[in-house]
Design a protein around this ligand. Sequence first.
Ligand code: SF4
Ligand code: SF4
Length: 358
Amino acid sequence: MRYYKCFSNCFPLSGYRNYVIYDVSRKDVFAIDKPTFELLGLDIISEELLQGLPINRFSELLDKEIIFQCPMGDKNLFPFIKTNWCNPFSVINCIIDWGKKSKYDVFKAIDQLDSIGCKTLQLRFDSYAEKNHIIKTLKYTVGKNIRGIELVIKFNEDFIEFITKEFESVVSIICYSAYSTGVKVYNNWQVIQTVELFIGSEQCGVVSPSYFICNNDFFFESINHNTCLNRKVCVDSNGDIKNCPSCSQSYGNIKDTTLEQAMSHPDFKRYWNITKDQIDVCKDCEYRHMCTDCRVFIKDSENSLSQPSKCTYNPYIAKWQGEEGYVPVEECGTYTRETGFVVNPQRVEELNSLIWKE
Ligand code: SF4
Ligand code: SF4
């Protein structure tokens, strides 16, 4: 009898209706059925059990290198990977907003980020920001620890060409007020553009498959922390220091408070350890460890564990808004602040039999 084992960097995950495998090293996700999900969770899987799966599934798992042949006596040589998440930096993610009324010292904020070792920074400029100011700000980051800058600016083809040639640290550009929405290439660069008039705090928190991320770091962070707010610090367009620019609570202003002082406030980190496994509805979603987790735009502002309000996916019936058969999550159960969302299995079964003809 031959035996097989699931590669330890492939994680089977169940949603309420769907099952998937996250191949986090290859940055890929595969849909699977329930029997396959159950087998992949075993310590070691016999060939006989695998042959009982739906046709071609066994060979597909081998072809995709989800499983490998493993002699029974060797099974302990391939232990499960530990899913804890470590990062040496106190801040891994920062947003700096600059707008029409901004008067604060942006260079002071960059210096402080540099000294605390922040590596990635999103600079968001509204349509009033002068090109000279944007260039000056980017130049100021040169030679600092900050290695990856995402720039959000008003669409201007010549300016994009210039930035992509001059600033190696700019790794991503997102443009608003563009002629069309999509991705365009400039100097071998993919620039995301949208016809939206602005991308600021109000536009944040959108949930879409195009924002899903599957990789080692994101997956392990998601299991242990909130993937949007963990170790994030922001300076909004007034210079106020927040966990994210859309949060209402400020922990001081950059003119008289340091980022470190703001972050030492006991409330600053209150969302950092909220994981998707605790969030209403998301805990039943197969996408939960590749989806970001907005804690600002949520369905019940008084309940920090309620579902992101901009999500248009219903994991109980595996349908996105706009797809045939979609109904909102609210039709699949009931919500109260005390209980959170409680699914109604009978109603879900009825819906699934109508939609999926089961
Ligand atoms: S918590 Fe929400 S609003 Fe704040 S940065 Fe994340 S997605 Fe945007
Ligand atoms: S239900 Fe939650 S995890 Fe699933 S797509 Fe929506 S926001 Fe993401």
